[in-house]
Ligand binder design. Structure first.
Ligand SMILES: Cc1cc2nc3c(=O)[nH]c(=O)nc-3n(C[C@H](O)[C@H](O)[C@H](O)COP(=O)(O)OP(=O)(O)OC[C@H]3O[C@@H](n4cnc5c(N)ncnc54)[C@H](O)[C@@H]3O)c2cc1C
Length: 489
């Protein structure tokens, strides 16, 4: 069943407990710090529910129609179709919503393509996952995840005698009906607008820490669960024109705090098994499906960056200069590169696991690494093209409300090629991508959303065909002609 935008907003008007500093946010759909981002999410659902977009955003299976990102792909065409849907979602947010509903839905779908990975945890866990996938798909669930422990205390051997409770999220009790979890998980992006939070571990966990291995799914409004939000930039904006991206696309990041949250057994997928808590994502298409969405999203964001770079150069009157053309050409090449990396994952698809089709995992991890390596530099290229121009703009478009200021603004801030308020809209937009708090948060997001660079490159190391690479070297060495003397072998 597909939900409409209106239904989506109604769903998140529940008893969820979100704190913005000491303030309890009563309703994210109406609160000034969250309401426009909630509307952005609702718009995605509205587009998806529109029958005119049915081929792009949905698929049919088992007599029902579902969101395309819940498609368990069996063929290359399925993968291509799924990617078209992800791209349409990403285009609607200009690639600025990292954890749009398709990201973690992709992870759950990937797990559902190989529920046998849960057999290593024990009987019943695979069935729990199968049922959860069916529930998420049938109810058009917007899931997000919190899979990283809080920072500062991860190396517990460095703090052997801490005389305070360890806040790392773990199982603190269990009974016949389920487990109780307490503690914190680092950021859950999008949780303020989601239905469910997937709790787990994307980094390796030792067997001693097995109580932390808990992998489960909980509704955001579960009693005992609260979200501690970072500063929400949307709430600080007076006019959309002043910070157009902060105004609509702040997906929010929250620390997840659990105080004896009850999780019924049917929502538990891993328990008391440190190795399995990470392995499930790698031994199924889960990690690949989730991060393919990230690659597609980055591709959508590149279109905004490249288009904006060109518009800025024109507004600055430098677009005809050969070195500027070279820079723009380079940005275009980078946009085409990520597009190629996305398409390549489909062309070089893999039969994984049995009976299913998966994006090419090595190319997906290569794209992840490429995006992590290049985002800073790409934004800095745009920043360099902009120069100090963005700072010449008045603090707010509300200058037009004052007749004297407005006249002067329209007379003096215009250029021969551009009227003043159009110029202001352009430079405010670019500032929100290169200099504002929203921009700063995005710089951090692109650097860390898939783990630090060590984790990201470790994935490429793990998936590499080392036997083939070594064979190339060994073949060359074996073919070298040795001297015929007694020492030659
Ligand atoms: C904006 C944003 C949104 C996020 N959203 C989510 C989300 O929705 N869900 C979720 O689960 N997580 C989320 N995260 C958390 C993200 O997964 C983590 O930031 C990421 O895993 C990196 O962990 P960390 O920040 O603790 O940095 P660390 O892992 O501590 O790394 C920080 C730096 O420390 C150094 N370092 C760390 N380990 C080593 C080592 N072994 N050797 C040498 N140097 C090292 C490196 O310089 C590294 O860059 C988000 C993070 C950000 C910034």
């Amino acid at each position: 069943m597909l939900t409409t935008g209106k239904e989506r907003l109604e769903r998140i008007r529940d008893a969820r407990r979100i704190y913005l500093g000491k303030e309890r946010v009563e309703d994210v759909t109406r609160h000034p710090a969250f309401r426009n981002a909630a509307l952005t999410v609702a718009r995605l659902y509205e587009a998806k529910a529109d029958p005119a977009n049915r081929d792009t955003f949905t698929f049919e299976e088992d007599g029902g129609r579902f969101s395309i990102y819940y498609l368990r792909c069996r063929t290359r065409e399925d993968l291509a179709r799924r990617t078209r849907g992800l791209k349409a979602v990403a285009d609607m947010t200009y690639g600025l919503f990292g954890r749009s509903p398709d990201h973690v839905a992709g992870m759950i779908t990937g797990l559902a393509m190989n529920p046998a990975v849960f057999d290593q945890v024990g009987p019943g866990y695979g069935d729990n996952l199968r049922r959860y996938y069916a529930f998420a798909r049938a109810n058009d669930i917007y899931p997000v995840f919190a899979c990283i422990p809080p920072t500062g205390i991860r190396d517990k051997h460095l703090f052997p005698n801490q005389d305070r409770p360890d806040p790392t999220l773990k199982v603190v009790g269990e009974d016949d009906t389920g487990v109780f979890i307490s503690g914190m998980k680092m950021l859950a992006t999008g949780a303020a607008f989601a239905d469910e939070i997937w709790i787990g571990n994307l980094t390796p966990l030792s067997e001693e820490a097995k109580k932390e291995s808990i992998t489960c799914a909980v509704p955001v409004a579960t009693p005992g669960l609260s979200l501690w939000a970072r500063q929400a930039v949307e709430g600080t904006v007076r006019h959309e024109v002043d910070y157009p991206l902060s105004y609509r696309y702040d997906e929010s990041d929250c620390v997840v705090v659990c105080d004896r949250v009850k999780v019924p057994w049917e929502r538990v997928f891993v328990h008391d098994n440190g190795t399995a808590s990470r392995a499930i994502y790698i031994q199924s298409p889960a990690n690949c499906f989730a991060n393919h969405q990230s690659n597609v999203r980055f591709w959508a964001k590149m279109a905004l960056i490249v288009g904006l770079s060109s518009r800025i150069c024109k507004a600055n009157g430098i677009e005809h200069l050969p070195p500027v053309r070279e820079t723009l050409g380079r940005l275009c090449a980078l946009e085409a590169t990520i597009g190629g990396l996305v398409q390549g994952q489909i062309e070089a698809w893999e039969r994984f696991p049995d009976g299913y089709a998966c994006y090419n995992r090595r190319i997906m991890y290569a794209a992840l690494n490429w995006c992590q390596e290049h985002h800073n530099e790409i934004i800095d290229t745009l920043r360099t093209l902009v120069g100090g121009n963005a700072l010449q703009m008045p603090a707010s478009i509300d200058v037009v409300d004052d007749p004297v200021l407005s006249r002067q603004f329209h007379d003096w801030w215009a250029t021969p090629s551009m009227e003043a308020s159009a110029r202001m809209r352009l430079y405010k937009l670019v500032w929100d991508l290169i200099g504002s708090e929203f921009a700063g948060r995005h710089m951090l997001y692109e650097k860390f959303y898939a783990g630090n660079s060590i984790i990201v490159r470790n994935q490429s190391d793990r998936e590499a065909p080392w036997t083939r690479f070594h064979g190339v070297v060994d073949g060359l060495l074996d073919g070298l002609e040795m001297p015929a003397g007694p020492g030659g072998r």
